[in-house]
Design a protein around this ligand. Structure first.
Ligand code: NAP
Length: 305
């Protein structure tokens, strides 16, 4: 079997980290790109020995040819239904036609197999793609990692630094899973080079409740953080409905209500992992939430000096 790993979505945030992690592990990498893809990123990877293949993502012949001799396709694509369902299906069909044995879809999320349809729009697309992939003969592996830990310092309104509050809905002791983007990339790279992965792999760099987050935020900032609970999960559901009506943003990947759906899913506790595969590749070092928050504050302080 060939050792070529094919990456689709390698010009994206997670994709770049994944290719770097594969390079560290000495993988032979082929990367699919399109006309719109960043030339700078492509050149940088080309200089590191990554084989670049420019394709028309609507052409099954192009995709099948690109899959020749590949042992595993990894998708780190991001988008709505046209990408997560339609494009991934085309790539999967091409991979099967070319005899590729393994496929890692672009999931990297909370465990959406536990959610009912309608509970999370973006994850419904992934569930739909799972229905398709599970009906094929390819050996698929999904990586579930909870939320990207970096979101705590970006879009996810959980640690409210300016007002020293940790916002939550429902139960302050509900455990939430977080994994850094680099840890997700490092684990995915190892999984792609591991010929016998199961259908699902579960990882979490850290598992922290809102109450524990309050302690961590207080420790790293030296300020006394308090919990802030605007209401229960029922109230959050009403807020989601209102946000969806007022600002539907149907064509946006992350409209405000979509982030609220993730928050609802996590705070409800249905998606919590029952077991972890963190120790599958023992050389991997997991980054705790405390380190992510500290690094963020150090960077912020440096920029303000
Ligand atoms: N668990 C979490 O908290 C969390 C948070 C964020 C993301 N994620 C997941 O991580 C995965 C990667 O996300 P990301 O943030 O790294 O995405 P990203 O930076 O937006 O990158 C998206 C990639 O998809 C490619 N792409 C998009 N539309 C395409 C199309 N129509 N045809 C061909 N290529 C297309 C882009 O290629 P070009 O460069 O050519 O445009 C790019 O390489 C996704 O599954 C996302 O949902 C998880």
């Amino acid at each position: 079997m060939s050792d070529i790993i094919l990456v689709v979505g390698g010009t994206g945030d997670l994709g770049k980290r994944l290719i770097n992690a594969l390079l560290v592990k000495g993988a032979v990498i082929r990367m699919l790109v399109r006309n719109e893809s960043s030339k700078e990123t492509i050149l940088a990877f080309k200089n590191h020995g990554v084989e670049i293949v420019s394709v028309d993502f609507n052409s099954q012949e192009d995709l099948k040819a690109a899959c020749k001799g590949v042992s595993c396709v990894i998708s780190t694509l991001s988008g709505l239904r046209n990408v997560i369902v339609d494009l991934q299906k085309r790539i999967l069909d091409a991979a099967i036609a070319a005899g590729v044995p393994r496929f890692i879809p672009s999931d990297y999320s909370i465990d959406f197999t536990k959610l009912a349809p309608g509970e999370n729009r973006n994850l419904d697309f992934r569930k739909e793609f799972h229905g398709y992939i599970n009906s094929t003969s390819i050996s698929a592996t999904t990586i579930f990692n909870g939320a990207f830990a970096e979101l705590l310092t970006e879009e996810m309104p959980l640690v409210l630094f300016p007002v020293n509050r940790v916002l939550y809905w429902g139960n302050a002791d509900q455990k939430l899973e977080f994994t850094t983007k680099d840890n997700v990339a490092e684990f995915t790279a190892r999984a792609a080079m591991d010929p016998s992965t199961p259908r699902y792999l579960y990882i979490a760099g850290d598992i922290v409740s809102p109450r524990e987050m309050k302690g961590i935020a207080s420790e790293v900032t030296g300020k006394k953080f308090k919990l802030f609970r605007p209401g229960g999960l029922g109230f959050l559901s009403i807020m989601i409905k209102i946000a969806r009506t007022v600002a539907p943003g149907k064509e946006d990947l992350y409209p405000a209500w979509q982030g609220m759906q993730y928050m609802h899913n996590m705070m409800k506790g249905k998606t919590i992992f029952m077991n972890l595969d963190n120790n599958r590749y023992p050389d991997l070092q997991w980054t705790p939430v405390k380190e992510v928050l500290s690094a963020h504050l150090n960077e912020k302080n440096k920029n303000e000096d």
